[in-house]
Design a binder for this molecule. Sequence first.
Ligand SMILES: Nc1nc2c(c(=O)[nH]1)N[C@H]1C(S)=C(S)[C@@H](COP(=O)(O)O)O[C@H]1N2
Ligand SMILES: [Mo]
Length: 566
Amino acid sequence: MRDRSQGDRSREGPITGGTNPPGLRNRIPRVTENERKPAKQAKAAKPAKVLFLLGALSGALAGFAALAVAEAVAGAVRPQAGPVVAVGGAAIDRTPAAVKDWAIRHFGTNDKLFLQLGILAVLALFALALGIVALRFRRTGATGVLLFGVVGALAATSRPDSTSATDALPSVAGATAGAVLLYVLAGRLTPRTPAPDGPPSEEGWDRRGFVIAAGAAAVASAGAGLLGRSLSSAGGQDAVASRRNVVLPRPGSPARLVPRGAGLRIPGVSPFITPNGDFYRVDTALVVPKVNATTWRLRIHGKGVTRPRVFSYDDLLRRELIERDITLTCVSNEVGGPYVGNARWIGVRLADLLAECGVKPPAKGGPADQLVARSVDGMTIGSPVEDVMDGRDALLALGMNGKPLPFAHGFPVRMVVPGLYGFVSACKWIKAIELTTFDAYDPYWVKRGWARRAPIKTESRIDTPKPFARPGTGTVMVAGVAWAQHRGIGKVEVRVDDGLWQEARLAAEDTSDTWRQWSFPWRATKGGHTLTVRATDRTGALQTEKRAHTIPDGASGWHSVVVTVD
Ligand SMILES: Nc1nc2c(c(=O)[nH]1)N[C@H]1C(S)=C(S)[C@@H](COP(=O)(O)O)O[C@H]1N2
Ligand SMILES: [Mo]
């Protein structure tokens, strides 16, 4: 607002009234009161409209240049330091649990894409507005662009994974480029003061200069954008190479052979082992962290850790590796939802590692009851020490289905604890484990309203037929999966409409830590039908019918599918 009374306005001449949009009146070639004639007024309206659009275009170009330059610099510095990713990450951390839940429900794994598109849309609107503002107030417009840079820089440097003030560079560089460009372009659109002795310029603005500057800026921005893309995809090459070089040794304790018959050959049923490429992914990372395994370290420290230690990737590889089939489930999985998968993990036994560091479970007098895993991207995940050390196969996993962990699933090392939802156990890209208490510390999700302790609930899902399928009469195979990790599935029953519960056939059990397929041949009769499934775990507990939301500790209820038999 300060520049309203200074520079710009005085340079741009008096405000003339008329038929033009507010804020643009001074764009019109100067006319003095007594010069003004109706004909001239009509003529003046036209360039104002054009200028309005060109102002918006300048804003758009400035916004584009700012983002492109920011991405180019981020590509060189750190892809996570780019303004869209940084602001997006900050937004994710501040999103109320209910909104996040809604986003996951509506956009699924695309929620991050929609978030980034949303941010870009907001930026675009502001860019257009600043472009129009700059027509009249060049400095205000340019300053507005700089303010966005400040927001981006603050977001980037306050991200939990930010370790250096250089993370501010992408936003600062981008905003500076955008601000300068807007100032220059708006300058081309500013009426030139006619030379005292010369004729007033007909359009009042520098058309040629604008076209040249705008064109050059568009080309340069596109170039910067492309450069940023190639830099960030080239970045992390060391991590990619370190993953390529990993040779997973044969596990000292291999997984038991999956019994024949654990995988039913029924079309439409989830395969017993979920291939890595199909495994669900849930995390807060807008850019998948690419961690170099050769420089990666894991620190174990905290309460009751009498021998704190730091482990390298090779330290872990040299230990006895165990291989286990474990079904992972996300607490955000709705009844019937897709966020569950079963993989064969290779890793080291976490309880052994903890014991070597002097950790004792609470039952044996250890002072810590919570184990907090911390990731390179600042995630914190808390698990009960009791569970991790009670003899179950809690792993620091290095391999997934015979391959080093994919980057998206936590390379180089992640935790996997049978029986606990991912948000209280399965920290990806882990870098530290701190022993503490539930009283002393609330990890990431707990701060956001989710439960401190969250064992996986007994659940079952109908995979086939799909909702609203139209099978023919005759025998229809109803089939799916059921899980109650670390308790095991004892029984699955199916009900047609309001009929009696009938026992489904269970596929062979791999372990109590894995899901179990089931099938039920149904004599389908014409008409609409509701199929419902429920499971009983090996403790004899029946899956609850009571519907519960995913927040705070997992959805519950029975899964139903409505079909029409033709
Ligand atoms: N670093 C990190 N680890 C994480 C998360 C995360 O957001 N960041 N999400 C957790 C959640 S909620 C789940 S369900 C599992 C999902 O693991 P996946 O993506 O390999 O399926 O990872 C867990 N580990
Ligand atoms: Mo999750």
